[in-house]
Write a new protein. Structure first.
Length: 645
C-alpha cells in the first residue's frame, strides 16, 4: 500500500502571527520501504506525521493532498478517519510515557484498539495483547504493570506493540530510538527490519542519522517546513549535496567520527507568517524567521530565496531573491541555487620548483565551501608551498587556480585587492609575522586601512574591537596599545587570527597556527578556529605536521609526501582505514609504532619512481621505476601502485 503526499502545506494560526510548519512537501512511500525524515527541531517532521494521521489541532490550516493507496484521506471526517487509524495507518508518538494513560495497565491499553473496533472480546483481546507484548520483548511479569513502573525502553516497546496490534500497512515512528540505550536501539532496529520484510511501509522520524542510514531506503531533509534534499540513505553521511545536509552530518556523533562536532551557524526556531496594515488598510503578507535574540526587523525571511541562506557557508546575493525548486542532481533532489555544495577553491595541476628542487609536483586540490581541509605531512613535503599557492601568495609554475568560479590569476592581475579581501592568512611563526613596531591596534587594523582607506578612525577602532572580541581578546584601550614583545605567544597568535579575519574573508589559510604553542593554549586556539569557522561560515585550509591534531578538526585530510598529494579523503576514513602505506606510517608515528631510523626522501628534478619506495615495507620493482597514478578507492583518492585495502 502506498502513501502519497502532494504539495502539503500547513500553517498553525495564532492571531496575526502564524507558524508555517510545512510548505509544499511532496513524498511517496511504497510497500516494504522506509522513508526517514531528518531535520532540526521545528523543521516540521512531527507535523507531517500528525497530518497523515488526521491529528492536526483545530488551528491548523492545511493545503495539498494525502492519499493512501489512491484514496484521499486528508479530507475525511472524524468517523472515516477512525476507520483508517490503527487499522491501516498507525503512529508511535514521541515522548513515550506521555502517550500512555497512567491509570490503566499496559495490557489493557495495547488491547484497546481491538476492543474499540469490536474485533475481539476483552478476554481474547487481552490474550492477543499479551502475545504482541511478548513479541516486543515485554514479558509476563510486566504485562499488568502501569506505565510509571516501566523503563523508557519498555514503554517504547509497549507503544510499538499497540501500533502494530491491528497489523496496519503504514506505520509512522516519531523518534522511536531517542533516549534509548544502544542495545534497545538495536532491538527497535530489528523490529523495523521485520516490518519492512512484511511489506509494511515505514516513515521514520529521527535525529539519529546512523539509524536513518542503516534502516531507510531514502531520506528527506526538512528545514523550516521545506524539503532541502531527498537522497538515498546510503549517501546521507558520505555524499550529501545540500549544505544543510552536510552540516547535520557534521553535527552528529558517530563511532567513526574523528573531528570534534561542528554545529550550524546561527539558529532558526520558527517560521512566522503574518500581515502588516498599510495605507488605506491594504495588507500584505510576508514571513520572517524567529531566532534567538532576533527582532522582527532583522528576522525577515527572503521574499523568494533560500530559507537557509543566513546560515549557509556558500550563500551569494542571488540566494536572497531567486525562487528555488527541488532539482534532480546525481540521483538526489536538491533545493539549492548553486546545485549543491559548491567548491570555493580549485587547483588543477599546480606545480612549483625552486632551482633543482621540485617543491610541488602537478597537484589537484578542491576545497568546498564551509569545509576544513587539513594538509599533513613531514617538514619539506610541500604543504606550505601548496598553501601559499592556494592563498595567492605564490605563483605556480604551471596549472590553473579557480576561486569562487573565477580564474584566480586573471582576478589577481585585474583586481588584486578584491581577491585579497576574500582570503585571510595565518602565517607560520606568529611572532615574526607582526611588525614589532606595530601596536595590537595597528597590527590588526593594517589590512583594513589598506583595503578600506575611506574608513574613519572611529570605524577602524570599532571594527578592530569587534574582531578582537571574536577571537577572545581584550578590547580594553590599554591592551590595544601593547606591542608584540609585551604579549605571550597565545595572545600573539590570536592577534594574527584577528588580522586574518578582519576583512571577513571566505577562505582562511592557517599554516601551522599552533606549532609554537603549549598544549593548553593550542587546545584553546583550535577550539576558537572551530567556533569561528562555524560562526563565520569559513572555509579553512589548515596545514599541520601533526596528524593527531588534524583528526580533531578536519572534515577531509590530504597527505603530502615529497611534493605530491598521496592520499585525500574524509578524515574518518583516512585515519581509520589508511590506503597509502605512508599514511599508515604517519599514524604509527603518533602512537610510537614507526621505526626510529627512516631514510630521507630526495625530491630533485629527474627523480623517478615512488618517493616512498625507499621507506616502504613492501616495495616492488615498478615502485622504483614508475610514479604511481591516482586511483579512487572508497571515497578516497590515493597515489600508490599497491594500496592497503
Amino acid at each position: 500500500m502506498s502513501l502519497n503526499i502532494k504539495q502539503l502545506s500547513i500553517i498553525y494560526r495564532d492571531g496575526s502571527h502564524s507558524i508555517q510548519a510545512l510548505e509544499e512537501v511532496s513524498l511517496t512511500l511504497v510497500p516494504g520501504e522506509c522513508l526517514a525524515l531528518v531535520g532540526e527541531s521545528g523543521s516540521g517532521k512531527t507535523t507531517l506525521g500528525n497530518a497523515c494521521m488526521g491529528l492536526l489541532p483545530s488551528n491548523a490550516l492545511m493545503e495539498g493532498k494525502i492519499s493512501l493507496n489512491g484514496r484521499r484521506i486528508d479530507n475525511l471526517d472524524e468517523s472515516a478517519l477512525n476507520e483508517i487509524r490503527w487499522n491501516r495507518i498507525a503512529m508511535v508518538f514521541q515522548n513515550g510515557a506521555a502517550n500512555l494513560n497512567p491509570a490503566y495497565r499496559i495490557v489493557d491499553q495495547v488491547a484497546e484498539p481491538l476492543i474499540q473496533r469490536g474485533l475481539l472480546s476483552r478476554r481474547d483481546a487481552n490474550a492477543k495483547a499479551c502475545e504482541a507484548l511478548e513479541q516486543m520483548g515485554v514479558f509476563d511479569e510486566h504485562h499488568y504493570f502501569y506505565p510509571h513502573q516501566l523503563s523508557g525502553g519498555q514503554i517504547q516497546r509497549v507503544l510499538l506493540a499497540m501500533a502494530m496490534i491491528l497489523e496496519p500497512e503504514v506505520i509512522i515512528l516519531d523518534e522511536p530510538t531517542s533516549s534509548l540505550d544502544p542495545l534497545s536501539k538495536i532491538f527497535i532496529s530489528d523490529v523495523i527490519i521485520r516490518l519492512k520484510s512484511n511489506k509494511m511501509s515505514v516513515i521514520l522520524i529521527t535525529h539519529d542519522l546512523e539509524i536513518a542510514v542503516s534502516l531507510a531506503e531514502s531520506v528527506s531533509i526538512l528545514y523550516l517546513g521545506q524539503i532541502m534534499e531527498i537522497l538515498p540513505a546510503k549517501d546521507l553521511l558520505s555524499k550529501p549535496l545540500h549544505p544543510y545536509t552536510l552540516a547535520l552530518g557534521r553535527s552528529y556523533p558517530t563511532m567513526t567520527t574523528a573531528r570534534d562536532l561542528g554545529g550550524i551557524k546561527g539558529d532558526a526556531f520558527y517560521r512566522l507568517v503574518h500581515q502588516h496594515g498599510r495605507l488605506d488598510q491594504e495588507k500584505y503578507k510576508h514571513t520572517h524567521i524567529q531566532v534567538a535574540g532576533s527582532s522582527h526587523k532583522n528576522g525577515h525571511a527572503p521574499p523568494a530565496g533560500c530559507l537557509f541562506q543566513k546560515r549557509c557557508a556558500q550563500a551569494i546575493d542571488r540566494c536572497l531573491t531567486e525562487p528555488l525548486t527541488l532539482e534532480n542532481i546525481d540521483g538526489h533532489q536538491v533545493r539549492c541555487l548553486r546545485q549543491g555544495i559548491a567548491s570555493l577553491l580549485k587547483l588543477n595541476g599546480v606545480s612549483k620548483k625552486y632551482n633543482e628542487l621540485i617543491a610541488l609536483h602537478p597537484t589537484d586540490l578542491s576545497l568546498k565551501c564551509g569545509e576544513i581541509f587539513c594538509l599533513v605531512g613531514e617538514t619539506g613535503s610541500g604543504k606550505t608551498t601548496l598553501a601559499m599557492i592556494a592563498a595567492g601568495m605564490l605563483k605556480p609554475e604551471s596549472g590553473k587556480r579557480t576561486f569562487d568560479g573565477r580564474d584566480m590569476d586573471k582576478w589577481a592581475r585585474q583586481e588584486y585587492q578584491s581577491l585579497a579581501r576574500r582570503i585571510g592568512v595565518i602565517y607560520q611563526n606568529p611572532a615574526e609575522s607582526i611588525s614589532p613596531r606595530f601596536s595590537v591596534l595597528e597590527a590588526v587594523a593594517e589590512p583594513l586601512k589598506i583595503h578600506n582607506k575611506d574608513n574613519t578612525t572611529k570605524e577602524v577602532y570599532e571594527r578592530v574591537s569587534e574582531i578582537l572580541a571574536k577571537v577572545r581578546l581584550s578590547t580594553d584601550h590599554s591592551f590595544l596599545e601593547r606591542y608584540p614583545h609585551e604579549l605571550n605567544m597565545g595572545a600573539i597568535q590570536r592577534v594574527c587570527m584577528a588580522r586574518a579575519l578582519i576583512l571577513n574573508p571566505s577562505l582562511l589559510v592557517a599554516d601551522e597556527p599552533t606549532s609554537s604553542l603549549d598544549p593548553s593554549v593550542q587546545a584553546k586556539v583550535l577550539k576558537l578556529i572551530l567556533d569561528l569557522q562555524i560562526e563565520l561560515g569559513l572555509s579553512v585550509l589548515f596545514i599541520t605536521h601533526n596528524i593527531g591534531l588534524a583528526r580533531k578538526i578536519g572534515d577531509r585530510i590530504g597527505v603530502m609526501l615529497a611534493g605530491c598529494l598521496v592520499e585525500v579523503g574524509p578524515a574518518s576514513m583516512v585515519l581509520s582505514s589508511p590506503i597509502h602505506p605512508y599514511t599508515r606510517l604517519l599514524i604509527d608515528s603518533v602512537s610510537g609504532k614507526a621505526g626510529s631510523s627512516l631514510k630521507p626522501i630526495s625530491n630533485v628534478v629527474g627523480g623517478k619512481g615512488c618517493p616512498f619506495a625507499s621507506r616502504c615495507p613492501r616495495p616492488k620493482d615498478i615502485c622504483l621505476e614508475k610514479k604511481p597514478e591516482i586511483m579512487e578507492i572508497n571515497h578516497c583518492r590515493v597515489r600508490c601502485h599497491f594500496p592497503l585495502y
